[in-house]
Structures are given as C-alpha cells and as structure tokens.
Design a protein around this ligand. Structure first.
Ligand code: NAD
Length: 319
C-alpha cells in the first residue's frame, strides 16, 4: 500500500488505524480526512501525513484525492453518538458521505473498506451471525444498514471493484477519551474507579457484550484491504462482502469490574442500578467463522490482555 486514505482518522479507531498504517508502511502517502466533530488532534500525535479538515458530505474529493492513485481507502468517518436521534442529520451525513466516496471511486482500483456496526443486528440477544436479519433499533444503526445497502449496489454495478464492510462490535482502547459519553464502558468504569466512586452498572451485571480491543479491530480492518489488494478475497464465495469484527467472545459486565480492580489495584464494590431501557440487548457475540474464512482475521486479545494493554498505554487512566 503506497497511497492510503483514512476518513475519521482523527477519531478513536481511525487514529489507531492511521498510526498503525504509518508504522507498517513507513513510506506510504497517508491522508486523513476528518471534520473533527467528534475527534481530537491529540490522537494524531506523531502522524507525518496530510490532514484534510473537511466534511465528507460536501467536500470536493476530486480536489484533494486522485482516485486512480489510491490503493486503500478506509471509511470510518461517521456520527458515532447513538443517542443523537436527529434522523435527518444522521442519515444525511452518514449516508451521503459514503455515496460521494463510492461515486468518486467507481471504476478505480482502490480497495475500499468501510465501518459498519453490530448495532445493525438490533436488540435481539445471542450469537450474531453475519447473515442474520438486520433490525436497527436507532437511526445510527439504520444509517449503517444504508451504507451496506449502498455498497451492495455499488458492488453489483461494478463487479470487479473492491469493497468490504466490517461490523465492529464494542471497541475499547487508547484514543477514545474525546468521545465523552459514547466512549466504551471500560473507559467509563475505569474513570469512576479512579475518581474513588463505585463503578455503576445495570442490575446485576450479567449482561454480556463482545468487547474487542482496538488493536484487533485495526488488524481486521487492514486485512480487509490487503486481502482485496492481493487478490486473496473471493467475492464470489462471500458476495455479501460484510464481516463481523469482534473478539468472538461475550463477557459479562461484572468481569470488567473484576479485571479493572485487578489492573488498578483497587477493591471497589459495584453499585447496581435499574436499567432504564424497556428493551436492552442482553448479549452480543460476533460469529467470526466467515470473517476468518474470508480475510483470515483472528483476534489476539482477551478482555484481560486488552485491558492490561490499554492500561499500559497510559490512555485508560492519566498518570
Ligand atoms: N467504537 C465502537 O465501538 C464502534 C462500534 C461499531 C462501529 N463503529 C464505527 O467505527 C467508526 C469509527 O468510530 P469511532 O469509535 O472511532 O468514533 P469517533 O467518533 O471517534 O470517530 C468518528 C470520526 O468521524 C469524524 N466524522 C464524522 N462525520 C464526519 C463527516 N461527515 N466528515 C468528516 N469527518 C466526520 C469525526 O470527527 C470522528 O473523527 C465509525 O464509523 C463508527 O460508526 C465504532
């Protein structure tokens, strides 16, 4: 990969991806596009490439990016606050950004990878198979379904083109601080413990999520591009071109408190409170069979080793 673009590259996952790509491809030309609506320049400390501060909805991509020159285009930019219920803003900004990217790259060699979400599965519990019916429960998830639909149409119109969607599960790790409330549960519980408070979770902490460390997500996202570039992705065998990226394991909320107590050397007791939501997802778990078969993704971090690495990075709790 010599010419790479990352949208949302100043955000949480995008900045981790950008910095990993820079380490792995030191001579590559890397460009970040971000309008900084939920980002921080601090995430890009050490980045040597170009940053275009622009809203993808109306930026003239042709002015900045020669589509024929790009090897890999990672589209992670999105409104990520799931509590933003402005249906027009979410749908307009998320979907129109993607439409203009797809139009810009139509007929080009670039391998496109875009971020979808496990939120597309909705609130039903259990193991999330990639071919399960999608039941978005909020407008954010609805926009991700639209991204997938648009990509499917694009793949049908341009069969030789490279495009893969990755449904991220619950991602945690360095460089999520700027997100505030939408940051991971692991981040928030660690802040409560550090502030000397009891960590608060819904009664009685047995709800399970597929928590996945950002390094694994970055790895899977890069694989989705490299496998396409190497011609090692079989689009005929996997015509959906959408894959789960998670840890493949569901862990109860209570486990986070146990691991944080061990990591932070504390012994705090959990405060349980009533879940205010009439429907709350009891269990998410990425089924990774297709992902492994199609792009060779295998997560390397457990919840224990992910939280340990996050702590070591200095981003989980300030020194
Ligand atoms: N963090 C998770 O657990 C998770 C789970 C599922 C899916 N995702 C997806 O992964 C991607 C990255 O999420 P994140 O957690 O890093 O969130 P984030 O909010 O930190 O990153 C999103 C980035 O996109 C930028 N952005 C938003 N709209 C834009 C626009 N119209 N033009 C230009 N830039 C724009 C923001 O400024 C921000 O830098 C998103 O697509 C998100 O939906 C994340």
């Amino acid at each position: 990969m010599e010419n790479i673009v990352v949208t949302g590259g100043a955000g949480f996952i995008g900045s981790n991806l950008t910095l990993t790509l820079q380490r792995r491809y030191p001579s590559a030309r890397i460009t970040v596009i971000d309008d900084f609506r939920s980002a921080s320049f601090k995430n890009l400390e050490g980045f040597r490439g170009d940053v275009i501060a622009a809203n993808l909805v109306d930026v003239d991509l042709g002015y900045y990016i020669d589509a024929s020159e790009v090897d890999a285009f990672f589209h992670l930019a999105s409104i990520t606050d799931t509590t933003d219920h402005d249906q027009y803003r979410q749908t307009h900004d998320n979907v129109e950004s993607w439409r203009s990217i797809l139009n810009h790259f139509a007929g080009e060699k670039a391998a496109l990878v875009y971020a979808s979400s496990a939120a597309t599965y909705g609130i039903g519990g259990g193991i999330n198979h990639v071919d399960a019916p999608l039941r978005p429960a909020n407008v954010y998830a609805f926009t991700k379904v639209q991204l997938e639909n648009l990509a499917a149409r694009y793949a049908a119109d341009f069969p030789s083109q490279k495009v893969i969607g990755v449904r991220y599960f619950n991602v945690y790790g360095p460089r999520e601080t700027h997100k505030g409330q939408p940051a991971s549960m692991i981040y928030h519980l660690a802040q409560q413990i550090r502030a000397g408070k009891s960590p608060r979770i819904f009664k009685y902490g047995e709800q399970k999520r597929d928590f996945v460390y950002v390094d694994d997500i970055v790895e899977g996202t890069i694989l989705a591009a490299t496998k396409q570039i190497e011609g090692a992705f079989d689009a005929k065998k996997f015509p959906r071109r959408v894959f789960n990226l998670g840890s493949g394991e569901a862990r109860p909320f209570n486990d986070i408190i146990t691991i944080l107590n061990a990591t932070l050397k504390t012994d705090v007791k959990t405060e349980y409170f009533d879940c205010p939501f009439p429907f709350y997802q009891p269990h998410t778990e990425a089924d990774l069979k297709e992902t492994t078969a199609a792009i060779g993704y295998k997560p390397s971090f457990t919840l224990e080793s992910g939280i340990a690495d996050y702590f070591k990075s200095g981003w989980l709790v300030p020194a």
